[in-house]
Design a protein around this ligand. Sequence first.
Ligand code: NI
Length: 227
Amino acid sequence: MLISIDRVLTKDEVRALRVELDAAPWQDGAATAGTLAQAVKRNQQLADGSELAVRLGQQILRRLAATPLFISAALPRTIYPPKFNRYAGGGTYGAHVDSALMFLPGSRQQMRTDLSATLFLAEPDEYDGGVLEVEGPFGVQEVKLPAGDMVLYPSSSLHRVTPVTRGARVASFFWLESLVADEAERTLLFDLDQSVQQITPLLAADDLRLIQLTGVYHNLLRRWAKP
Ligand code: NI
C-alpha cells in the first residue's frame, strides 16, 4: 500500500531547509548505489555523514516522531538516517527494488528495509518530470507531492523516478524496518487504527464497543509485532 502523509514539514520549515540545501555541495549519486543500481541512477546526493545531512535528518526524524499518521502506518522499529537527493538536467533513477538489508551508517547493526519514504522538498511546479512511479497490485501509481508531504511505499516494490526535464527536484528519502514485517498484516492494523481514530470522537470514551475495538487492535499488534 502507498500512503501519503501531508504536512510532515510546514512550508516555512521547507523554505528554511531549502535555503541550506540549495547552497549545499551535492555529489554524484551513482557513487553510493549498488552495482546494479549504478547503471540506472543519475542524480545528486548530499554526503551522508556531513554536518548538514545529519542535522536536517534529525529535524525530519523529530517531526516524524510527532506525526501520528506516520507512526500508525509504519510502526517503525528502526529508521535509517534520512538522506537527501537532487534531480536536475535530465536526472533520473530507473526501475529498481531497494536493497533488502542495510547497515546503519557507522554501525555494524543491520536493518531490513520494509518501507521506503520520500519527503518532497520542492513544489511540483518547480520542476517537470521527477515523478515517483511505484508498481503495485493495481498497476503503476504516480507520486508527485507538494513540498513538505511524504509518501511511504513497500521497499519490495519496483519503482523509478522519471527524468527531470526542467528545474530541480529536491527530496529527502530513507528506509525503515517496521515492527510488523508483513505488508498485509501492517495494512490491516493501519486500516483498523484509522477506523478507530475516526469513530472515537463520535462515542463516549467509556463506550464498550470502542474499548473492544481498541482491544482487538492491541491484541493483533501483540500477535504480529516483532520488537
Ligand atoms: Ni529506490
